[in-house]
Design a protein around this ligand. Structure first.
Ligand SMILES: Cc1cc2nc3c(=O)[nH]c(=O)nc-3n(C[C@H](O)[C@H](O)[C@H](O)COP(=O)(O)OP(=O)(O)OC[C@H]3O[C@@H](n4cnc5c(N)ncnc54)[C@H](O)[C@@H]3O)c2cc1C
Ligand SMILES: *[C@@H]1O[C@H](CO)[C@@H](O)[C@H](O)[C@H]1NC(C)=O
Ligand SMILES: *[C@@H]1O[C@H](CO)[C@@H](O)[C@H](O)[C@H]1NC(C)=O
Ligand SMILES: *[C@@H]1O[C@H](CO)[C@@H](O)[C@H](O)[C@H]1NC(C)=O
Ligand SMILES: *[C@@H]1O[C@H](CO)[C@@H](O)[C@H](O)[C@H]1NC(C)=O
Ligand SMILES: *[C@@H]1O[C@H](CO)[C@@H](O)[C@H](O)[C@H]1NC(C)=O
Ligand SMILES: *[C@@H]1O[C@H](CO)[C@@H](O)[C@H](O)[C@H]1NC(C)=O
Ligand SMILES: *[C@@H]1O[C@H](CO)[C@@H](O)[C@H](O)[C@H]1NC(C)=O
Ligand SMILES: *[C@@H]1O[C@H](CO)[C@@H](O)[C@H](O)[C@H]1NC(C)=O
Ligand SMILES: *[C@@H]1O[C@H](CO)[C@@H](O)[C@H](O)[C@H]1NC(C)=O
Ligand SMILES: *[C@@H]1O[C@H](CO)[C@@H](O)[C@H](O)[C@H]1NC(C)=O
Ligand SMILES: *[C@@H]1O[C@H](CO)[C@@H](O)[C@H](O)[C@H]1NC(C)=O
Ligand SMILES: *[C@@H]1O[C@H](CO)[C@@H](O)[C@H](O)[C@H]1NC(C)=O
Length: 702
């Protein structure tokens, strides 16, 4: 299914790198900093910490370097049409059976490669809002370091990571794109821009939203992250490639001799000094799926950046976590920390689909449509979105919905813990979420999708501040076994009783109004209305899913329980909260009770944010890196290594019209277990050229 890129584009893709390093054959025995996970946040941390040549830094990544899949990673449209989900670059997790979602085990892809999920995701670059970040900060009270989590600080960190480029003239017109450069970064490592190809229906999106009362966004990136717009995507417009943490924060680095990145190195545990108080002094990893283990000494800090699933899992396998989980998994308790893995929040989503009488990205790709050989076609990914607030979801009942939520604040918490502090954390999150409910911030996101395999157009609705919270835990002492993922979807029980006819088992919630189910139902009705509203409705011919037979609330509820899935945005499983609320890290990102271990990735925001999580994760990582450097250096010095460089914005125009929409790849069938594979060790960009480095288990990367 691969489409050859044009010679011109291909030439851009193979331009030589100026900074290739000599291959090394081994890594050191000891580093100042060991970063666990070379994913989105991990490569930011490695790169930023290594800017200070007084520090030695090692990043250990469980997955490979991804070179053999580089064209698929780089080409935006392949995130739908040749997805990395079917490759070893995806962990391919499943949740445990979800009793409130028809007992389904729901697929949970996550990146397992240098760049992590930023290498396999859908490229949306959206931001959280000012009131969400400030709400997070206010949950920290007077904790030391809380001042770094204000909106102002977070906003500058997100800008610092970014280089913005406007769209081409043709795409600007056709997709009706507006932007405000001063809310974006201008010389950061990650490119935020637009696709080089679009569809008339993308341009109809915002107007259709406005026609049903969803305002066109005026300031999406400057803190007011609500309303409708065509969002930025992490695309480098100089060669139309995906811009992700590897291309931004690793590939361009010069070799300063103090930074190593090791792929195919799965961390099995953090090792603590038995005499001094929970000081981590080594990290254990395996290059061969657990067959042999190696240790690396650590002289300053261990930094966990293994993501919302991986970071709590590594802590648990290191004996840091809830004692019930550790004892039933058979892991010796090193430090009881009941919040590890708790407070997990995810954006649950579902998609309505229509047939259309115009071309979509999917019909062009799969049915050899007219633009199939236009190289710009493969730069297209979906990006029309709307963040819709509670007044749009509950136009007449907002006040009563709010008071229902408020009346449940102290009674709601999932049954995931023996520990009262963790319950206090659930309450605090619920309370903050309730305050955000009554604000312009998006309660749900609507997304326009046109890459469906059968050429349909879709509108997805996704909860942004879910009331159902779950957890990550382990049920085995073998660190190669997958952690257990239980997002506890649709479990939130506030509100009105669910009709008995819908309760197929006792474990199902007995309550529904203002629950996640009712919010998603209302959002999907709104999505249906949007698809039936001009100008978008003009070329949509018939709703195919769920179809016109789904009308009543209970029809929708049944359909949601059978069909809803993840929007791929799990967060908060190592929540930044006080210890008295079951927090895992403090406001300096240090794990409570450990001397020199931090978590810095998407698992630390204590509340779900109304956004796709990449931009906020770059924000967390940039702040985190600066906090660490301030701690050790007393201040970040100059000499920033990264430069967005000057971009020539390609102005090739495309003249296409058509429709649009979504979805993508079938569930992957990658093995459910194991870090597997050989070992390639990499240093700086040398391996871009496929220099084969140290080789274990007979695997050579070329
Ligand atoms: C399919 C998909 C689509 C998405 N679409 C979008 C989108 O369009 N826009 C957006 O903003 N966000 C999107 N997201 C979400 C976003 O990509 C993630 O929230 C974000 O990248 C998470 O960053 P992270 O650094 O916390 O974790 P990751 O980037 O997942 O990195 C964690 C890394 O740690 C490694 N690791 C885990 N355990 C170990 C271990 N024991 N030892 C060593 N290494 C380990 C993993 O292999 C991985 O490389 C999507 C996510 C997915 C999966
Ligand atoms: C795309 O261009 C950037 C420079 O803007 C370069 O660093 C990168 O290597 C290019 N990508 C490919 C695949 O050539
Ligand atoms: C690593 O630490 C252990 C325990 O402190 C010590 O015995 C060993 O010598 C260290 N190795 C190196 C290379 O520093
Ligand atoms: C390295 O440390 C020395 C001595 O403490 C200090 O003067 C210098 O500024 C540091 N270098 C960097 C890049 O921070
Ligand atoms: C954190 O806040 C302190 C106090 O305002 C400030 O000195 C420091 O520079 C901040 N650090 C970061 C990374 O923003
Ligand atoms: C663009 O953003 C800046 C910074 O937030 C703001 O001052 C300015 O008013 C915005 N311009 C427009 C046209 O909205
Ligand atoms: C170990 O931790 C405890 C509790 O925080 C503290 O009271 C004690 O002083 C610490 N001991 C050392 C040797 O640091
Ligand atoms: C599209 O073109 C390819 C190659 O020319 C061909 O193999 C395929 O069958 C065509 N598909 C359709 C649906 O026409
Ligand atoms: C919580 O779960 C535990 C173990 O699954 C169970 O024994 C207990 O009864 C549950 N408590 C409530 C209040 O549901
Ligand atoms: C909810 O938060 C508000 C404002 O921070 C606070 O006054 C109130 O006590 C909290 N309620 C609960 C139940 O924690
Ligand atoms: C939701 O958005 C609408 C339209 O912009 C606005 O009138 C309304 O006040 C917002 N609702 C809340 C609760 O802020
Ligand atoms: C799309 O809708 C417009 C307005 O109804 C109509 O003029 C046009 O022919 C439609 N396009 C196609 C390809 O059917
Ligand atoms: C890795 O180890 C796990 C657990 O020991 C096992 O289930 C899995 O099959 C192994 N994977 C490979 C590729 O050997």
């Amino acid at each position: 299914m691969q489409l050859a890129l044009s010679a011109q584009l291909l030439a851009g893709l193979v331009a030589p790198l100026a900074l290739a390093l000599s291959p090394r054959t081994e890594i050191a025995d000891s580093y100042d900093f060991v970063v666990i996970g070379g994913g989105q946040a991990g490569l930011v941390l490695g790169g930023r910490l290594a800017e200070d040549t007084n520090h030695t830094v090692l990043v250990l990544e469980s997955g490979g370097n991804g070179d053999e899949y580089r064209n698929r990673i780089d080409t935006p449209a392949y995130s739908y049409f040749d997805s990395l989900w079917t490759t070893p670059l995806n962990w391919g997790f499943y949740t445990v059976e979800q009793p409130n979602a028809n007992d389904r085990e729901i697929y949970w892809p996550r990146g397992k490669v240098l760049g992590g999920s930023s290498a396999i995701n859908g490229l949306y670059m959206t931001r959280p809002g000012e009131n969400e970040i400030n709400a997070w900060q206010s949950m920290l009270g007077d904790m030391d370091g809380a001042e770094n989590w204000s909106w102002d600080s977070f906003y500058s960190a997100m800008k610092k990571s970014e280089t913005f480029s406007p769209p081409t003239d043709a795409v600007e017109k056709q997709a009706d794109i507006t932007w405000n450069s001063s809310t974006h970064g201008s010389d950061g490592p990650i490119h935020a821009s637009y696709t080089g190809f679009t569809f008339d229906q993308v341009g109809q999106w915002s107007e259709a939203c406005a026609n049903i009362g969803i305002p066109i966004s005026a300031d999406m990136y400057g803190g007011s992250n609500w309303g409708a717009e065509v969002s930025t995507s992490c695309i480098n417009p100089s060669n139309w490639t995906r811009s992700y943490s590897r291309t931004g924060y690793l590939d361009p680095l010069p070799d300063r001799g103090n930074y190593d990145v090791l792929a195919n190195a799965h961390v099995t545990r953090i090792i603590f000094d038995s005499t001094s108080n929970l000081t981590a002094n080594a990290v254990e990893y395996t290059p061969n799926n657990g067959t042999t283990k190696k240790t690396i000494n650590v002289t300053k800090e261990v930094i966990l950046a293994a993501g919302s699933v991986g970071s709590p899992a590594v802590l648990l396998h290191s004996g840091v976590g809830p004692k019930d989980v550790l004892s039933s998994a058979g892991v010796d308790l090193v430090h009881e920390l009941p919040g590890v893995g708790q407070h997990l929040q995810d954006h649950l989503s579902a998609t309505i689909k229509w047939t259309t009488d115009v071309e979509t990205a999917g019909s062009i790709f799969y049915d050899n449509g007219s633009e199939r050989n236009n190289p710009l076609f493969l730069t297209y990914i979906d990006s029309a979105i709307a963040y819709v607030n509670a007044s749009n979801i509950y136009p007449t009942t907002l006040e009563s919905e709010l008071s229902t939520i408020q009346s449940k604040l102290t009674t709601y918490a999932p049954n995931t813990t023996y520990e009262n502090t963790v319950l206090e954390g659930y309450k605090a999150i619920y309370n903050t979420t309730a305050q955000i409910f009554n604000s312009p911030t998006g309660l749900v996101e609507l997304l326009f999708m046109n890459s469906d395999g059968n050429g349909d157009v879709g509108i997805t609705a996704a909860l942004q501040h879910p009331y159902s919270h779950g957890r990550i835990y382990i049920n085995s002492s073998n660190p190669m076994d997958y952690p257990v993922i239980d997002p506890n979807y649709l479990s939130n029980p506030s509100g009105m009783p669910l009709p008995p006819i819908l309760r197929t088992q006792d474990s199902q919630p007995k309550l529904t109004s203002t629950s996640d189910t009712s919010i998603l139902t209302t959002a999907l009705k709104l999505a249906r209305r949007l698809g039936n509203t001009t100008p978008l409705s003009t070329n949509l011919t018939a709703e195919t899913s769920p179809g016109s037979s789904t009308q009543s609330d209970s029809d929708w509820e049944t359909w949601i329980r059978t069909n809803a899935g993840t929007e791929y945005h799990p967060s908060s499983s190592c929540a930044m909260l006080p210890l008295s609320q079951g927090g895992v890290v403090d406001a300096n990102l240090r794990v409570h009770g450990l001397a020199n271990v931090r978590v810095i990735d998407a698992s630390v925001p204590p509340i779900a944010l109304s956004t796709h999580l990449m931009a906020s994760t770059y924000g967390v990582a940039e702040i985190g890196a600066a906090v660490v450097r301030e701690f050790w250096d007393g201040g970040v010095q100059g000499g920033i290594a990264f430069s967005g460089g000057s971009l020539t914005n390609s102005s090739s125009s495309s003249s296409s019209r058509s429709s649009a929409s979504a979805s993508a790849s079938a569930s992957g069938t990658v093995e459910k277990n194991g870090a597997g594979g050989g070992m390639a060790w990499v240093r700086g960009p040398s391996w871009f050229w496929g220099v084969s480095l140290m080789v274990g288990a007979g695997v050579v990367f070329v």
